[in-house]
Design a protein around this ligand. Structure first.
Ligand code: ZN
Length: 332
């Protein structure tokens, strides 16, 4: 297998099978946590379908001009759609433009591809405007949607797609992939596999950009501070961070990972710590909460995560979350 992805072998086999058996679907929906590699899988799939060097193998060569252009999303028969800068949503105009482009004949490939990234960010009207194309797609078109979860999309969208559900990648597979495919030294690869929680794209981003690790450290410290703070402090914090949706996403990912670690530790699970560099802090919180509090905190986080996926009000969602979290003293 030469799709050169970290993990998700079963999904590669499934998609490769569709290519080799000539049983391609008109629409795919790839779901899974942020950073797990949804877009990469979609790009490899498109490369496998367009690479002139692949022959009948169902594998892309990854080095020819076609593979490289697809990778850069600069291939003339590939139409990527995502949230544009300065915008929070995929808009109906973007979908209309996509539908128009897909209706034209392919330039190079025998097909045209619509790649709709992070489609949970599409407004309901944008989602609705895609329905007809999903229902009766032009013959040579393949649509690939990615989303954190299918529940953030209209049922009428998900029911017309073949869903491919990606999970976090096992830590040893992540670590090995980081070493073999990206030449990351073993010790760093293991550390990144852990703290990314088996999400290869997050691990790679942390490798390339040390600022992400620094932000994670700060978010961890801010959480300890919030847990020790009163409601005035918590509301002020919610108010401040709600102005930065990108930070809120990182914040939730980091804070959820803290509470998952606490839950695993309190239930004496064999699952390894994600925040291996903060074991002392995890133990400190663990000593002050019982199992029910931990579980309730995680439920609060998951609800906040889901609400944000549905474009709920950031400030209100964060305030609710802050109010529900337990109080933990800071003195170690
Ligand atoms: Zn190629």
């Amino acid at each position: 297998m030469t799709w050169d992805l970290i993990g998700h072998d079963w999904a590669v086999q499934l998609l490769r099978g569709h290519i080799l058996n000539n049983s391609l679907r008109h629409a795919y929906l790839i779901t899974g946590p942020r950073g797990v590699g949804k877009a990469n899988l979609a790009i490899r799939f498109i490369q496998a379908l367009t690479c002139p060097e692949g022959g009948s193998s169902g594998n892309p060569c990854l080095v020819c001009q076609t593979c490289k252009r697809v990778d850069r999303l600069e291939y003339p028969d590939l139409f990527p759609v995502g949230v544009e800068e300065e915008s929070k949503q995929i808009k109906i105009d973007q979908i209309r433009e996509l539908i128009h482009n897909l209706s034209l004949s392919p330039y190079e490939a025998g097909r045209r591809f619509g790649l709709l990234l992070d489609f949970e960010n599409a407004s309901p009207s944008a989602q609705n405007s895609l329905l007809k194309t999903l229902e009766e797609p032009p013959g040579s078109v393949i649509l690939i949607l990615t989303s954190i979860t299918s529940s953030a999309l209209l049922d009428t969208i998900t029911s017309r797609c073949e869903e491919i559900k990606l999970n976090s990648v096992p830590l040893d597979v992540t670590s090995r992939g980081l070493q073999e495919l990206h030449n990351i030294p073993p010790q760093e690869a293991q550390f990144l596999a852990h703290i990314s929680g088996g999400k290869p794209e997050i691990a790679l981003a942390m490798h390339v950009d040390p600022d992400i690790l620094e932000r994670r450290r700060n978010l961890f410290n801010e959480h300890l501070e919030i847990l020790a703070g009163n409601s005035v402090r918590r509301f002020a914090y919610a108010n401040q961070v709600s102005k930065d949706p990108h930070k809120v996403r990182e914040l939730l990912d980091t804070w959820i990972s803290i509470w998952q670690d606490i839950l695993h530790q309190s239930s004496q699970s064999q699952i390894p710590l994600q925040n291996i560099d903060r074991e002392e802090d995890i133990q400190h919180i663990l000593r002050q909460v019982d199992f029910a509090t931990t579980r309730n905190s995680l439920i609060l986080f998951r609800r906040a995560h889901q609400l944000l996926g549905e474009n709920a009000n950031l400030k209100l969602t964060l305030e609710d979350l802050m109010l529900g979290l337990p109080t933990i003293s800071t003195s170690l």
